[in-house]
Design a protein around this ligand. Sequence first.
Ligand code: NAD
Length: 486
Amino acid sequence: MKTKVAVAKGDGIGPEIMDAVLNIFKASGVQLDYEFVEMGKSYFDAGHSTGMTARAKETIENLGLLFKGPMETPKGKGVKSINVTARKVWNTYANQRDFRTLNGVNTVFSRAGVNINLTIIRENLEDTYGGIEHLLTNDVAVARRIITRPGSEQVIKYAFEMAKRKGYTKLACGHKANIMKLTDGMFLETFYEIAKSYPEIQATDIIVDDLCMKLVSRPETFEAIVLTNLQGDIVSDLCAGLVGGLGFAPSANIGDFISIFEAVHGTAPDIAGRNIANPTALLLSGVAMLRYLGLTENAATIENALLYTLEQGVHTGDFGDKNTPSSNTTDFANAIIANLGKAPEKGSAALQANFEKATKAGEKPTRNKVTETEPGISEEIMGADIFVETVLQPKQLAELAQSKLNNQFKLVMISNRGTQIWPTGSVFTELTNQSRFRFEKNEGQEINAKDIFNLAANISEVINVCSVEFLKKFGGKPGYSLAQGQ
Ligand code: NAD
């Protein structure tokens, strides 16, 4: 029986490039059945708040596999991106993006004879993509950046397994743990913990800014890099630029039950409906899906035909030799079809399974999986950070807070934008209208959550409180950061 895949053509250039890709699949004898699902901008417009019909959701959940074109998120209607929502709701925790030098795609590196072949694994569910943002005052916005141990474990394990399957010898973890000691620190710690199970792969880490500099100066020295969501998003677009732009950047969103294959680029509204878009990124995403399904021969044949076509100088308007006429989307796809069975001179496709074969696709969990890595770990409340709206000077602020304290707590620090301004600070530090008090419990005091809320209530009698955050120790270790200058 043929495997069935849910296909959403998408918006803008989506239908044009999806038709091109499916025609190439058909011509090369790919044995798949497709179920076209209703998903995208027109479904938002028709009142489906998630951008898809109930039937589309059911089909995707039953089939476990979605091949999708780019989709537009309507602006200013309070709706979340359908692309991000789909990845998050269906727990596609690893975003894999493979970047390689494509012969015929002219870049500064290809002209210099530098061969790039690297894979970015981006965590796909967490970080700032939860979109949990608040205004604490009219002037001060904050976003929650959520990094979890189980989420980090899931994606990092995937990255090591991928590196092993692809025969890579090293995997780097990109991060900013020097600044974000708890969030990126947790990701990095998890990376080295998991690395112990993969002694054959050299595990290294690199601070993300240094990584960007090295990627643009020595991209050939990297094989695989795993990153948190936002940093991975930015670094992977940088890598797309290294190999010729977004038109050549495929992506796979891998989960245990549902996986989504799509191009990195968007709907390209500026060229939509003109049959001039470059279908390569979607085709490479489709090729990745074939590999995921174990159809490695089909994948290699199509990839070789694409590479051969590019090598021959056939190109759409967005790349290639400007002195030779460009092909439209249909002609570009037809050229690939005509070249099925041919292989490029340089760097032909490997008959390799880049992905673990989809084993659970189509299975359905009966309940939401909950993971806790160290159940029962000891927790102790040490105090609280209380965020307040104020334009008072640090000394006045401290006096006000201290006037509301009982013997349970002491005021240890005030900061503004994360920089300490009391008990010591600099008059050069400019202040916004939102500061943070750090209260710690006094020696010998046992405090609970209610004490913290009572403290916040007392403080609110004299200053406008905008948020409260607990200071806790976990397993005896502080679970909170110090202020700059503390
Ligand atoms: P975009 O990727 O659509 O376009 C950026 C530029 O790249 C444009 O000049 C476009 O013409 C060009 N381009 C993109 N893909 C191309 C292709 N295949 N061939 C030739 N040229 C191509 O980015 P944008 O303009 O920022 O976003 C447009 C819409 O797409 C927005 O609504 C956005 O939300 C959505 N989007 C969707 C996805 C997704 O579905 N995964 C990803 C990114 C953006």
